[in-house]
Write a new protein. Structure first.
Length: 647
């Protein structure tokens, strides 16, 4: 914590520069318990892919004639997809590029931004790439609940064809119930996630073992030549099947995105010791079953077990898909919160659903928009196999962007040898682009949906970001320098009244509009005046001892800067406590007033964005959440002063 720093200015407080390659903030002794907790959250999406992945690979629409070689080829592609993309790329390489223990596309973007000068073309390209990757994640957040729950409930068709008409109503009922319980939090239900998912992985592993012991020859598919031969012999059709094979990888990005909650080691242990073995056993088991019973291709997962076990398996699968959906929904809340704090989204209402876990939040607007889109998707696509075409594009796009950003970190931050970085990244990109190209062939079948949704989100996020940049630049160009104005003002000070005034400012070097309006209309100056700037650093968390920097301008006037990480929630109450602890200055909230500027933004023909984007920005600005709510300012101590701003 820094107090009375004479060099304090907007540019003097730099973000931390330490970059961790393999930072794990969790205690080593807790790795095993964290591993089981991670299994309930992190692996839900990738863990439920056996429900639909191989079924889609052998879909009649791909035109692949069934043969023993085709089975070996597909299973071989599945095995090597796990080995290269998940195990090698994500678990061993990308997860080392963590932002002080935090993963995910926005955390990686913030990390890569440290390699580029602020405002440069390079930094803008990094921002655009990271934001688009985040936007494609929202496509994943819509499709995952729809395809997962739908594919689980479709197991009813195995019991009786007459039950087909109940699949859609039951799916929608489960999804609506899932989104309705979000506002109550997942603290209680979350305790069941780990045991249920452990039971799920054990079950699918045993299902696989039951089949492979009957036909162990399927293990020959580990040989990559089967995959290569399949792709060569079937050319275009084989390439289309490659897009379906990618479905086994959906959820791989979650391993990286959720590492801040559990740490690197528990996720690695969970993947290598439990999740990957059980998944591979199930996929190899399905392949072994195809060799003996080709007719099971119609719904291979549920046909792996005797009829008496189908209904219990449907119930377990439904629970597993609900958990997988819950993880993606929580991820959407978390990513939206990060985007707000990093300046890419307007403020929204954020409710904390747990007193113990800071990351458990609920965002009503995001929740209801997701529910609406998920229901629309289910009604429009009707079957899980139709949704499969839309699924891959969203995930492959995010994966490619992750690879590019990781390359920047490897070369510039870690200072790896250029040849080594080129070799590693080229190998990953070859695989990534192969999957992307295969999925692009399915744009007309449904792949257009995540691209359209991602494009809309991208326009909204970049419009908000660039609009705020224009406002900030205008404030600097037209603003009044704070230190000089205060020095002149105190030569002939206005009437001073008792109490404390806190003026929130967007820039520590310039006067806030609310201060000028207060002087203009009330002609007074409080006994103590604090200019408070809240900044968000590109790290997930900031230590309390680094959070506050205070400069004393004399005459009871102070400039304070409070910094928070992008995974934290700014809290004025906590800021005041830290000021008291560090400086000895005491606050009486009943004698303290908080002044905010409530601007009205007007679009004009002035240089900036296109007029339609300016109007979109104005609409978002006027409908954004209140600053006072976002910063947790007591309503009865708040004074808002309006201003008109043209962009």
């Amino acid at each position: 914590m820094s107090v009375s720093n004479p060099e304090f200015s907007e540019s003097s407080l730099l973000r931390p520069v330490e970059v961790s390659r393999e930072h794990d903030p969790h205690k080593k002794g807790a790795s095993v318990s964290l591993m089981f907790a991670a299994i309930g959250i992190v692996f839900g999406d990738i863990g439920t892919s056996p429900l639909y992945a191989l079924k889609e690979c052998f879909s009649a629409e791909h035109g692949i004639p069934f043969s023993t070689d085709a089975v070996y080829g597909v299973i071989s592609m599945v095995f090597w997809a796990f080995a290269i993309v998940v195990s090698l790329k994500y678990v061993l390489f990308v997860m080392r590029a963590n932002n002080h223990g935090e993963g995910g596309i926005l955390a990686l973007m913030a990390l890569a931004l440290r390699t580029a000068p602020s405002g440069s073309k390079r930094s803008l390209l990094i921002i655009m790439a990271g934001v688009f990757g985040a936007c494609m994640f929202y496509g994943d957040a819509v499709i995952t609940p729809a395809i997962s729950v739908l594919s689980a409930v479709e197991g009813l068709e195995v019991i009786s064809p007459d039950l087909v008409r109940y699949v859609m109503p039951i799916t929608i009922f489960i999804l609506v119930a899932l989104f309705l319980i979000q506002k109550t939090g997942t603290d209680v239900v979350g305790k069941l996630f780990g045991p249920i998912m452990m039971l799920w992985f054990i079950a699918i592993g045993l299902m696989g073992i039951h089949q492979v012991v009957q036909n162990p020859a399927i293990f020959a598919a580990v040989n990559p030549l089967f995959a290569i031969r399949f792709l060569v012999e079937h050319s275009l059709q084989g390439f289309i099947v490659l897009g379906a094979v990618f479905l086994v990888l959906t959820g791989a990005e979650a391993l990286y995105a959720d590492m801040g909650h559990f740490g690197l080691k528990p996720i690695r242990m969970g993947w290598f010791f439990i999740v990957m073995p059980c998944l591979l056993l199930n996929y190899f088991g399905q392949g072994a079953m195809f060799l003996s019973h080709p007719e099971t291709i119609s719904n291979p997962f549920f046909l792996m077990v005797p009829d008496v076990f189908v209904l219990p398996l449907i119930i377990l699968a439904t629970l597993a898909t609900v958990i997988a959906s819950q993880a993606v929904i929580s991820g959407a809340f978390s990513m939206t919160s990060q985007a707000i704090l990093l300046g890419f989204m307007p403020r929204m209402k954020v409710l904390h659903t747990s007193d113990r876990e800071i990351g458990q939040i609920y965002m009503p607007l995001v929740n209801w928009v997701l529910l609406f889109l998920v229901i629309v998707v289910v009604l429009a696509f009707k079957k899980s196999e139709n949704l499969a075409a839309a699924y891959g594009i969203a995930v492959t796009t995010t994966m490619i962007i992750t690879t590019f950003l990781a390359a920047i970190v490897m070369r510039v931050v870690w200072r790896w040898n250029t040849f080594l970085v080129t070799l590693v990244i080229t190998a990953f990109l070859v695989v990534d682009f192969a999957f992307l190209t295969a999925n692009l062939l399915k744009i007309l079948e449904g792949g257009w949906f995540p691209l359209l949704l991602g494009a809309i989100c991208f326009i909204v996020l970049m419009t908000w970001y660039q609009g705020r940049q224009i406002l900030s630049q205008n404030a600097k160009n037209n603003g009044i320098e704070l230190k000089g104005f205060i020095d002149v003002l105190m030569l002939h000070p206005p009437h001073r009244v008792e109490g404390t005034a806190v003026f929130l400012t967007a820039h520590v070097d310039y006067l806030p509009v609310s201060f000028l309006h207060n002087l203009k209309h009330n002609h007074i100056l409080h006994e103590r005046v604090f200019f408070l700037k809240v900044s968000i650093w590109d790290v997930p968390y900031v230590k309390d001892e680094e959070r506050i920097t205070l400069r004393d301008l004399g005459n009871g006037i102070y400039v304070v800067r409070a910094v928070f990480g992008f995974n934290e929630t700014p809290d004025v109450g906590r800021i005041i406590e830290l000021i008291e602890e560090s400086s000895g200055l005491k606050f009486d909230l009943m004698d303290t007033s908080f002044f905010l500027s409530r601007d009205t933004i007007v679009s004009t023909a002035l240089p900036g964005m296109a007029l339609w984007r300016e109007k979109l920005f104005c609409w978002m600005y006027q409908n954004a959440g209140r600053q006072s709510d976002f910063f947790k300012i007591p309503a009865n101590r708040l004074v808002e002063l309006g201003a008109k701003v043209e962009i």
